[in-house]
Design a protein around this ligand. Structure first.
Ligand code: HEC
Length: 169
């Protein structure tokens, strides 16, 4: 069974793991329609397995997003991406702009509003992020993709190894 809309192709390993995780824990296809266009192809970027949210992901937010998504006086889209509060403000948190969608859907990057808005020129709603600036380098987009795919944990993604899971190349 294939999903109707794929904003971009994936590396074989990304695709296989996505399918595996999807069958294990999540619905195979997003239930909402993904109509974003102009999305970057990340298939040239190798999968990153070990990601530390507080370093790897927070660093991207600190460098690229925090001056707008910060509580000073109030963050754009009511979403504060500052260190220490960002995870609580995005993972399984409803979008303030798109009813029925969530900022980060663990395990499902393509359903996650935040990934769509950094990956696509024309997201379902509003503008590409960071607003009015150059898109994130592909490696940073891929890191966010992989972190979501691996469950979007608040610490590190090493659960996949501690559970004894062995990816076959
Ligand atoms: C120059 C200011 C600015 C920067 C920098 C910026 N944003 Fe935004 N962001 C906005 C504005 C304005 C909106 C609301 C309009 C829109 O969605 O296009 C928004 C909305 C969003 C939303 C939608 C939230 C929701 O609940 O639907 C997400 C997700 C988002 N931004 C992520 C990011 C990320 C990730 C970065 C850094 C890579 C970033 N933004 C950088 C101004 C900014």
């Amino acid at each position: 069974m294939a999903c109707a809309i794929r904003p971009r192709s994936r590396t074989p390993v990304r695709g296989r793991i996505a399918a595996l995780l999807a069958t294990a824990t999540f619905a195979l296809c997003p239930t909402i329609s993904l109509a974003a266009t102009g999305c970057d192809d990340l298939s040239s970027i190798p999968m990153t397995w070990l990601i530390d949210y507080n370093n790897d992901i927070q660093n991207i937010f600190d460098t690229r997003c925090s001056n707008c998504h910060v509580d000073n006086p109030s963050p754009f889209a009511d979403m504060d991406l500052s260190s220490g509060v960002s995870w609580d403000n995005i993972v399984n948190v409803p979008s303030s702009e798109q009813p029925g969608r969530f900022r980060i859907v663990p395990g499902d990057p393509l359903a996650s509003v935040l990934f769509e808005k950094i990956n696509c020129d024309n997201p379902d709603f509003g503008s590409r992020m960071p607003f009015g600036r150059s898109p994130l380098p592909l490696a940073e987009q891929a890191l966010i993709y992989d972190w979501i795919l691996l469950g979007a944990p608040s610490t590190t993604t090493d659960f996949i190894f501690s559970s004894g899971f062995e990816p076959t190349p």
